[in-house]
Write a protein that binds this ligand. Structure first.
Ligand code: UDP
Length: 246
């Protein structure tokens, strides 16, 4: 993969390069940012660690029947993906309260929700990624329930996956796009940069809050997650297809 490829998008921590007319490379950079880019650092190997974590997650979600853009990962920090028509929304799922929901409401950090909360935000840093209502979404041309249905399946799979490595999935953000058949497909990355993970039964962070709040070694936590997920990859009981057959 050379530098001659057309850059389709240069995000805060990822670069999207055009590979063919239907496929892109998503390169994870060694950067970490918070507070809409106001806090930024470069950390060697962070890109390849997050690329590997995202790869394991997309692969598992695909095996559970959740369509996503991932095709393969050959380069150190680069995933090959289907090119999608990206939907400018961030879909946030909350199983427990943390972050903006605590800052914006009277809900206390750590409150567990009976039903996962699914929120939609407009993906536009210049507007502060405002929270959308389902009605506003419909007026923008999106059916909230199609997104909610896929998102709930993703949540169930991710809770299960992280429970196996002793982490509670507090919240996460996902993005979507339409494939060439017009089908809604999971896009972007799914990594500890875009989720909150607490050591089971505690509020000890294994995610970007370590960087946001200057509370420890971010890369050490990310490496632990990767090592534990890689170990799981060999365990047959994680294989949902196999479980169905047995
Ligand atoms: N998140 C993200 N990108 C964003 C905003 C949020 O990946 O632009 C993730 C964030 O890491 C967390 C979840 O979505 O896991 C919920 O974030 P929240 O709304 O609490 O905002 P924050 O506290 O991160 O400002």
């Amino acid at each position: 993969m050379g530098d001659f490829m057309l850059i389709l998008n240069r995000g805060k921590v990822k670069t999207v390069l055009e590979y063919t007319k239907d496929q892109v490379f998503i390169r994870f950079e060694d950067d970490v940012t918070a507070f809409e880019g106001a806090k930024k650092e470069s950390m060697k190997d962070k890109g390849s660690i997050n690329c590997k974590i995202s790869t394991i997650i997309f692969k598992r979600l695909g095996e559970s029947g959740i369509k996503n853009h991932w095709i393969d990962t050959n380069g150190l920090a680069t995933m090959r993906c289907h090119k999608l028509d990206i939907v400018p929304l961030e879909v946030v799922v909350r199983n427990k309260a943390a972050g903006s929901i605590c800052r914006q409401t009277t809900i206390k950090k750590g409150t567990e929700f009976n039903e996962p909360l699914v929120e939609f935000h407009l993906k536009d840093d210049s507007k502060g990624d405002p929270l959308l209502t389902p009605d506003r979404m419909k007026l923008m041309g999106y059916d909230p329930y199609t997104f909610i249905s896929i998102t709930n399946k993703v949540n169930i799979e991710l809770i299960r996956l992280f429970n196996l490595i002793n982490l509670d999935l507090v919240d996460f953000k996902i993005e979507f796009g339409y494939d060439k058949n017009g089908e809604l497909v999971l896009a972007d990355e799914i990594s500890p940069d875009s989720m909150r993970l607490w050591k089971a039964g505690t509020q000890e962070s294994f995610d970007k809050d370590i960087f946001r709040e200057d509370k420890g070694d971010l890369l050490a936590a990310y490496r632990t997650i990767l090592k534990d997920l890689e170990r799981l990859d060999y365990l047959p009981y994680l294989d949902s297809e196999k479980n169905k057959k047995e």
